[in-house]
Design a binder for this molecule. Structure first.
Ligand SMILES: [Zn+2]
Length: 271
């Protein structure tokens, strides 16, 4: 009986501590936060990738929290350009892949709350199955079936003044499977095609799936990018930044506001 009485609160305390790692020290707020999003959409019953779907109401809650707590929005290139002179509480919001809801759902909310974002766009993004190029068991049809941004929608994002355009390769390639020639093609042609199509400089890159070999970073620089974001979770000191391997904070559709605040504080949710 005693075990039952004490066992449950202890189990809850252990679970809570594991999930939110409340003891983890706060990272200095002078270190900028780079948030990683994919879709702003309602979850789909039975779907595999609901972690990539942050609902519009939760996204709005997050933006309101950022605003109410004094976080100022930048694009990734602005962060890198101003690394030495950033204000306290700088945040960059990023969207990977190019889902249509970035225009229909995210843009109006970013405008309402006064935040900028960086879009990492796959050039050849329509009717493409890329999740299987990471793991064979992934159901490629789920992401393939989701509407991607049209070129007109990308122009709308850029015309709003809220968005920087970055590249995410031509085909959402798994860089681990590419030799140098194939990687150069993905890097250089993606940049050139996006710049020609949208008439803006493309300076920033996102590694598809966050996968790359350390020796590939120099090819990213040679292709003309001066910043690149990974999926390494964390918050880096800009004094020691490697601008072609920036850490990000994952914002999961499975998280509540407590987890979001925890990630903003420490760079990650739990242990
Ligand atoms: Zn991606």
């Amino acid at each position: 009986m005693m075990l039952l009485l004490w066992g449950l609160p202890v189990a809850i305390a252990v679970w809570f501590s594991w999930r939110y790692a409340w003891w983890r020290p706060s990272v200095d707020t002078r270190y900028p936060r780079i948030l990683m999003y994919h879709m702003i959409a309602e979850p789909v019953a039975g779907a595999q990738f609901n972690g990539l779907r942050v609902t519009p109401s939760r996204f709005e809650q997050q933006l309101r929290w950022l605003r109410d707590n004094g976080w100022q929005g930048f694009t990734v290139s602005e962060l890198v350009d101003r690394a030495a002179e950033l204000p306290d509480k700088a945040v960059a919001i990023t969207f990977d892949d190019g889902y249509a809801d970035n225009a229909t759902q995210a843009l109006p909310l970013l405008q309402r709350y006064g935040y900028k974002a960086t879009l990492y766009l796959v050039v050849d993004r329509h009717d493409r199955d890329w999740s299987r190029s990471r793991k064979a068991h992934h159901d490629g049809d789920e992401l393939k079936a989701i509407a991607k941004l049209s070129d007109a929608q990308v122009r709308e994002l850029l015309a709003s003044g809220c968005f920087e355009l970055g590249a995410h390769t031509l085909t959402h390639a798994n860089l681990l499977k590419l030799d140098d020639a194939a990687l150069r093609h993905e890097l250089i042609d993606a940049k050139r095609q996006l710049e020609q199509c949208f008439d803006v400089p493309v300076r920033s890159f996102a590694y598809p799936f966050g996968l790359y070999r350390p020796e590939q970073v120099v090819l990213v620089r040679e292709a003309g990018y001066d910043s690149a974001v990974t999926v390494r979770e964390g918050i880096d000191d800009p004094a020691g930044w490697r601008p072609l391997e920036l850490a990000r904070i994952k914002v999961s559709g499975r998280d509540g506001m407590l987890a979001f605040r925890q990630r903003m504080r420490t760079g990650r949710r739990g242990v």
